[in-house]
Design a protein. Sequence first.
Length: 255
Amino acid sequence: MLGAPVEMAQESVWAREGGFDFADVDLLDFSPDNPWRRTYLAFVAALTDRYRNQVPVGLPILRGVSDLIACLRGSQQMIFDLYDRPEQVKRLARKCTNFIIGLVQDQHKITGPFAGGYTIEAYSLWAPDTIIRIQEDASALFSPDLYDEFLRKENEIQGSAFPYSLIHLHSSSLHLLDRILNVEPLNCIQINKDAGGTQIEWELPYFKMAQDRGRRLLIRGKLTPEDLALLRGNLSPRGLYVQTVVETPEETEAL
């Protein structure tokens, strides 16, 4: 929506990184008239009209503030910018925050409630009022202190704009969890068991940290029976949602 070229290969779609100059920040279209924003909301309206009162039209996977900056500037360049151009990064971050909030608010206005509430599609998660899904995948490149300086306030603003909020995290960002849990408006922490070697045993202390700090916890991934036994034996069921990812009927039966 902010002008990054999109590339595709087989089933994957991604935005090409880099090429944005801070001198052009006022040329980025953060307005409600952004043509891609309007096109996206037109799809939301069409789906709502087609399926109203039958199935919910939930929030999709929207990229977060750090993700947008990393895309515009390039991931490596963004890290240098945090030290060399901190005020310009903060200005761009706030613009991205306001853009995300406005987009989510407009989607909720278009869809209206389903069964008295609103949903996040990827998790089949329903809330009794409007909700935002916050994502900061590029925060994996931030230290805890850099998170506090550049992202914490943006997450607070996003979370405070809605009665309910969830932040999505990969294992690569769990070194920030202690700081993220200081963001009071966050209701739910969603942590992936990522493909490629992430072990539930390693993530377990972070799951417990989220619960001990009074947050709802959503764990999602390709979980084995052994993983589920470990979760049952170490976590409280209160406020816990475990979403298993399976690929075949046989895997379903095994669970």
